[in-house]
Ligand binder design. Structure first.
Ligand code: GTP
Ligand code: SPV
Ligand code: MN
Length: 585
C-alpha cells in the first residue's frame, strides 16, 4: 500500500531515509493486522498471554522500568515565538529542537520495521474529527493505536480526500532517558517523540495530537480541545444531560465516566461517551457540542475493582492490553486493590512478588481496551454531530479547602474557577507525586500554547450564546485529620451529579457564597451511605480565611503570565477576593 497524497508519500520517504528501517508497513487497521502484531510481540517477548479462561484475549506488557509514565520535563512546545508556548510549557527553538531529535532519529530504525499508521481522531464521518499519521517502529504502538483510534484504510481515505493531517514521528530509540524527548511543532502540525514507549509519550494521537496540537488549532479556529470525560445522564423522567468534566491525570475521569449509580438512583441511566479527551464546538443552536476523539480507554489499573468501578472491571476482562501489572500463580493479571481474594506471584518488573520491595502493579500501570467493551458505552460516541453539553465540571485532588461541589456564578467566573484549579500530583507523570500544583482546567501538561491566551480563548465564548453550559467544581478527595476520605466517591458521586443536573434544569435551590453556589446540606442525598450530617457540613463548608489565602496564591500564579493575562480574568479574581473579604470582615 502507498498513498495518493503526495505530501504524505514524500514525508514517509524522508523519514525512511533518515531512520533507515529494514522495511516499511502501511497499516490497514484490520483485525488480522492486529493479530499479526500480537503474534510478533508474543514471539519477541514484548507481550505475554494472560490466562485465557479468566481473561480471554488479554496480554501483559512489561515496559522498561524507567519508562512508566509521561515525562513532562522532557516534553516541549516548539513554537516560533517562545511567548506563544508560555510559562506553562518547556520551550525550545524549532530549528534547534528539530536538529536535536533528528540526530537521535538518524538510523534509529535499522533492523526494525517502520509502521505508517493513518488515523482519525473522532468518528470517521464527523466534520469535527481530525486526521493524523503516526510513523513508529513499535508494534506495541500499532496495537494500542488500533484500540485507541480509528486507524488504517478509512482514515487514509479521509486524508486523501481532505489533504490535511498531523504528522507524528515516533521511535522507541534505545529507551535511554537521556535521549528521550517529546517535541511539538504546532505551526507545522508536527510531533516528534523519541526514547519512550509509554502511552502519553508514544500513542501520538492522544495527548500530543488531540490535546497539545489540537488545543492550538482549536484556538485559531474557535473551538476547544480539553482533558475531559463526557458522560450521559438520563433522568428517570427520560431527559438526558451530557456533562464534560476536566480532572487532572489519575483524578477520576475514567471512573466518573463509567459510574454505576447507587440503589435509590437506579432510575437514572449513565452512559460513557468519553473518558479522557473532549473536543467542544459552539453550534448555531447556541450550545456547545462535544465529541470524544478516541475509540478506546488507556486507563489507570490500580484501584479498579468490582465495587469501585464494576463497569471498568468488566470492560477489561477481555481484549485488554495490560502494561506493568503483576500476575498471580495461574497467570491472571493482578493489581493493588483488585480485591478478588487472590495473591500476586510476580510483580510488574517480572520478579517474584515481595511486599517489602514494592507494589505488585506499578501505581501508573494501565489497561488499553476498546471503548465498545464498556457495558455502558454510549452509541452517541459514534455520532458525527457529537452530544450537547449541559454542564462543564472542573475538579482536582484537594485534601482541604475545595468543597465537595460548587457552581460558578456565570461563564467568566467559571473560567476563573477552571483557571485556578490546583491538584495533588499523581503517578501519571514522573516526579512530584503528592505535591499540590496549579493545574488550570486539568490542562497544565497538555495545553499547547500560552495559558494566558488559553484563558482569553475560554473567556471569548461569553456573550456568544445564552445557552452555554453551567460551570461547576467538584472535589471527591477531601480528607479528615487521619487522612481518611470524607466522601465515599465512585458510584456515590452520582448524588452530586444529580444535584448538578437538577441545577442545570433549574429544579434546585442553592446557597450563595463568595466562591459560588453551594448545595444546602440536605440537598445532597445521603441515604444509604455512612456520611454524617457533620461530615456533610465539613464537605460543604467554605472557610473565608483559607480562601483568602488561596486567592493570593492564585494571584501570584497568574502574575507569572504578565501582561498577556486577560484583564477580565484578573477582574473576576478581584471580585471574588472582595466578596471573601467582606464575608470575613
Ligand atoms: P488519567 O487516565 O490519568 O487521565 O486518569 P483519570 O482521571 O481517568 O483517573 P481514574 O478514573 O483512572 O482514577 C485514578 C485513581 O483515582 C484510581 O486509582 C481510582 O481508583 C481513584 N478514584 C477515582 N474516582 C475516585 C473517587 O471518587 N474517590 C476516590 N477516593 N478515589 C477515586
Ligand atoms: C494522563 O496521564 O492524563 C493519561 C494517560 O490519560 S496518558 O495518555 O499517558 O497521558
Ligand atoms: Mn488523562
Amino acid at each position: 500500500m502507498t498513498t495518493k497524497n503526495d505530501a504524505l508519500a514524500k514525508w514517509v520517504d524522508e523519514v525512511a531515509s533518515r531512520t533507515k528501517p529494514d522495511n516499511i508497513v502501511w497499516c490497514d487497521g484490520s483485525d488480522a493486522e492486529f493479530d499479526r502484531m500480537v503474534d510478533q510481540m508474543l514471539d519477541s517477548g514484548t507481550l505475554t498471554r494472560l490466562n485465557e479462561e479468566t481473561n480471554p484475549n488479554c496480554y501483559l506488557h512489561r515496559s522498561d522500568p524507567s519508562d512508566v509514565a509521561r515525562v513532562e520535563h522532557l516534553t516541549y512546545v516548539c513554537s516560533k515565538d517562545k511567548e506563544d508556548a508560555g510559562p506553562n510549557n518547556n520551550w525550545m527553538d524549532p530549528d534547534e529542537a528539530h536538529k536535536k531529535v533528528d540526530d537521535l532519529f538518524a538510523g534509529c530504525m535499522q533492523g526494525r520495521t517502520m509502521y505508517v499508521i493513518p488515523y482519525c481522531m473522532g468518528p470517521i464521518d464527523s466534520p469535527l474529527s481530525r486526521n493524523g499519521v503516526e510513523i513508529t517502529d513499535s508494534p506495541y504502538v500499532v496495537a494500542n493505536m488500533k484500540i485507541m483510534a480509528r486507524i488504517g484504510a478509512p482514515a487514509l481515505e479521509r486524508i486523501e480526500r481532505e489533504g490535511t493531517f498531523v504528522k507524528g514521528l515516533h521511535s522507541t530509540g534505545d529507551l535511554d532517558p537521556e535521549k528521550r524527548f517529546i517535541m511539538h511543532f504546532p505551526e507545522e502540525l508536527y510531533i516528534k517523540s523519541i526514547g519512550s514507549g509509554y502511552g502519553g509519550n508514544a500513542l501520538l494521537g492522544k495527548k500530543c495530537h488531540a490535546l497539545r496540537i489540537a488545543s492550538w488549532q482549536a484556538r485559531t479556529e474557535g473551538w476547544l480541545a480539553e482533558h475531559m470525560l463526557i458522560v450521559g445522564l438520563e433522568s428517570p423522567q427520560g431527559e438526558t444531560h451530557y456533562i464534560a468534566c476536566a480532572f487532572p491525570s489519575a483524578c477520576g475521569k475514567t471512573n466518573l465516566a463509567m459510574l454505576i449509580p447507587p440503589e435509590q438512583y437506579k432510575g437514572w441511566k449513565v452512559t460513557t461517551v468519553g473518558d479522557d479527551i473532549c473536543w467542544l464546538h459552539l453550534r448555531d443552536d447556541g450550545r456547545l457540542w462535544a465529541i470524544n476523539p478516541e475509540s478506546g480507554y488507556f486507563g489507570v489499573v490500580p484501584g479498579t475493582n468490582e465495587w469501585s468501578n464494576k463497569n471498568a472491571y468488566d470492560t477489561l476482562k477481555s481484549d485488554a492490553i495490560f502494561t506493568n501489572v503483576g500476575v498471580t500463580e495461574n497467570n491472571e493479571p493482578w493489581w493493588e486493590e483488585k480485591d478478588d481474594g487472590k495473591e500476586p506471584a510476580i510483580d510488574w518488573k517480572g520478579n517474584p512478588y515481595d511486599a517489602e520491595v514494592g507494589p505488585a502493579a506499578h501505581p501508573n500501570s494501565r489497561f488499553t481496551v476498546p471503548a465498545k467493551n464498556n457495558p455502558v458505552y454510549s452509541p452517541m460516541a459514534d455520532n458525527p454531530d457529537g452530544v450537547p453539553i449541559s454542564a462543564v465540571v472542573f475538579g482536582g485532588r484537594r485534601k482541604d479547602l475545595a468543597p465537595l461541589v460548587y457552581e460558578a456564578k456565570d461563564w467568566a467566573h467559571g473560567v476563573l474557577v477552571g483557571a485556578s484549579c490546583a491538584s495533588e500530583m499523581t503517578a501519571a507523570a514522573i516526579g512530584g507525586a503528592g505535591q499540590i500544583r496549579r493545574d488550570p482546567m486539568a490542562m497544565k501538561p497538555f495545553c499547547g500554547y500560552n495559558f494566558a491566551d488559553y484563558f482569553a480563548h475560554w473567556l471569548s465564548f461569553e456573550g456568544k450564546s445564552d445557552k452555554l453550559p453551567k460551570i461547576f467544581h467538584v472535589n471527591w478527595f477531601r480528607r479528615d485529620q487521619d487522612g481518611k476520605f470524607l466522601w465515599p466517591g465512585f458510584g456515590e458521586n452520582m448524588r452530586v451529579l444529580a444535584w448538578i443536573v437538577e441545577r442545570c434544569g433549574g429544579q434546585r435551590d442553592a446557597r450563595e457564597t463568595p466562591i459560588g453556589f453551594l448545595p444546602n446540606v440536605e440537598d445532597i442525598d445521603t441515604d444509604g451511605i455512612d456520611v454524617s450530617s457533620e461530615t456533610m457540613q465539613a464537605l460543604l463548608s467554605v472557610d473565608p480565611a483559607k480562601w483568602e489565602q488561596e486567592m493570593l496564591a492564585i494571584g501570584e500564579y497568574f502574575s507569572e503570565f504578565g501582561d498577556r493575562m486577560p484583564q477580565a480574568l484578573l477582574a473576576e479574581l478581584d471580585k471574588m477576593s472582595s466578596a471573601l473579604q467582606s464575608k470575613a470582615a
